[in-house]
Design a protein around this ligand. Structure first.
Ligand code: ATP
Length: 459
């Protein structure tokens, strides 16, 4: 994939947004009051999808490794942290105002934003005169305690990373790790984006999954390559193939001033190729600044080389919400299928990898007015429920129930019918129909083998 192969598909995006609302993945925050720009709520299916992504990241980045530990820092921190990190003075985007429509735009994104006038054009071509760009700090201000003045001012964190840097020494000591080692964290971050847009892609409140990996000063580039490969493998394991991710080597002039090398992992969203994750070699910038500003030593004594130094850092920083959105875009499909009577119809299906699918298995009694079928279906539901998320549905024709689960991205469906009860021969007793969401193929499976069969596919 390259930049020129990017196909924008606004119609697909609209369908995904509408499916997300209809099926309970993502809604606008405070919608009954007209919403709040840049804030989103995850509904019953969305919260499961998001949780599965975060859990799998956590598992791969901490629990399956010896060299990474986790932490969960506070969102509110001493303002001194943001002075030291440079966010208070430099965490800004260039903003321009339109003198005609009075709207504000990010000066570096004018060619992809529409002005408020009809017919819409980009702000620079709509005829409205723009002001000179000026820096707009993206951090949300807040006050700690009952007095609102400069002494109580702090910010909602715009990234999770700084909590890790501020606690580096403590976590190192309590975990008794040696370099190279990392600290991982998942949590909310807030940025007062000038133009939130593209559904959840650019929000004002979002979640990050960040790892700060501390290494010897001469090993930064080596670990940058390592984490790029590791992260690409991770996306593959949740259903975003390597070929669908473009690795951009961020050029010198676009890199953050503290970075010696950055890769952006970009995905081809229906609104264009955009960043999913940044992997930056941040050098010793952050720890050095916190050492200078706090006066507390943040050096590491390397027993191997018998030297003391400030570790260098490689940071893979991924957005949870952008990953959810990429997975939704990757999974979304519409296809023509035949119904039970052989008639063609369109089905919408989310082909989630079973590992991240919000519901793993639908359980359906063929008819809901046959108590024997319902009792057996409850038994199957109760057998599977301790092992995976199950959705029990007895409402409507079986074909309709399958379609509903297709739209929810449920990879497996189990139907309990008269054969399960042994009414059509002893050899069928206690078997069910197992339907595969993607191929729609059905096979007859003994109930006791279901858990292992499904778990092996989910893993
Ligand atoms: P962008 O250039 O798109 O604004 P960034 O380079 O500022 O992103 P980073 O500071 O590197 O982003 O943050 C790491 C990750 O956090 C991003 O790769 C992205 O997945 C996520 N992220 C950053 N800003 C937002 C946002 N406004 N909404 C949703 N996710 C975000």
């Amino acid at each position: 994939m390259n930049a020129t192969s990017s196909q924008r598909d606004p119609a697909k995006m609209e369908k995904i947004v509408s499916l997300c609302k209809r099926r309970g993945f993502i809604f606008q925050s405070s919608e009954i009051y007209g919403g709040l720009n840049g804030a989103w709520d995850y509904g019953p299916l969305g919260v499961e999808l998001k949780r599965n992504i975060k859990d799998y990241w956590w598992r791969c980045m901490t629990q399956l490794r010896d060299d990474v530990v986790g932490m969960d820092g506070a969102i509110l921190m001493n303002r001194a942290v943001w002075k030291a990190s440079g966010h208070e003075t430099t965490f800004s985007d260039p903003m321009v105002d339109c003198k005609t429509c009075k709207r504000r735009f990010r000066a570096d994104q004018l060619d992809s934003i529409e002005c408020g006038q009809r017919p819409s054009k980009t702000p620079s071509t709509c005829g409205g005169e723009l002001t000179e760009p000026r820096a707009f700090n993206l951090m949300f201000k807040t006050y700690v305690g009952p007095i609102e003045d400069d002494s109580s001012l702090t910010y909602l964190r715009p990234e999770t990373a700084q909590a890790i840097f501020a606690q580096f020494k403590t976590v190192l000591e309590v975990s008794r790790k040696k370099l190279p080692f990392g600290i991982a964290q998942i949590g909310k971050a807030f940025r007062n984006e000038i133009n939130p847009r593209n559904f959840t892609f650019r929000s004002r409140e979002f979640e990050q999954m960040e790892l700060e990996f501390f290494v010897q000063p001469d090993k930064g580039f080596e670990w940058l390559e390592y984490w790029k490969e590791e992260r690409l493998r991770w996306y593959e394991a949740i259903g975003i193939p390597r070929a669908r991710i473009r690795v951009l080597t961020v050029p010198d002039e676009s890199r953050a001033f503290y970075s010696k090398g950055t890769y952006d992992l970009e995905y081809e969203f229906p609104f264009g190729i955009q960043e999913l994750e940044g992997i930056a070699y941040r050098t010793d910038y952050d720890l050095k600044r916190h050492q200078e500003c706090s006066g507390k030593p943040l050096e590491y004594f390397d027993e191997e080389t018998r030297t003391k130094y400030i570790p260098h850092v490689v940071e893979p920083s991924a957005g949870v919400d952008r990953t959810v959105l990429a997975i939704l875009c990757e999974a979304y499909a519409e296809e023509e299928v035949k119904d039970e009577g052989g008639k063609s119809e369109m089905r919408t299906v989310l082909r989630f990898h079973p590992r991240v699918a919000p519901v793993k298995c639908g359980v359906f009694p063929l008819l809901k007015n046959k108590p024997e079928l319902v009792v057996k279906a409850h038994e199957v539901r109760d057998l599977l429920r301790p092992l995976m998320t199950v959705f029990y549905d007895d409402a409507g024709a079986i074909g309709r129930r399958y379609r509903r689960q297709d739209e929810a991205g449920t990879p497996f469906g189990v139907t309990i019918d008269f054969e399960t009860l042994g009414e059509k021969g002893a050899e069928w007793k206690d078997t069910v129909t197992l339907r595969d969401r993607d191929s729609m193929k059905q096979e007859r499976v003994p109930i006791p083998t279901l858990p292992e069969r499904l778990l092996s596919r989910i893993r």
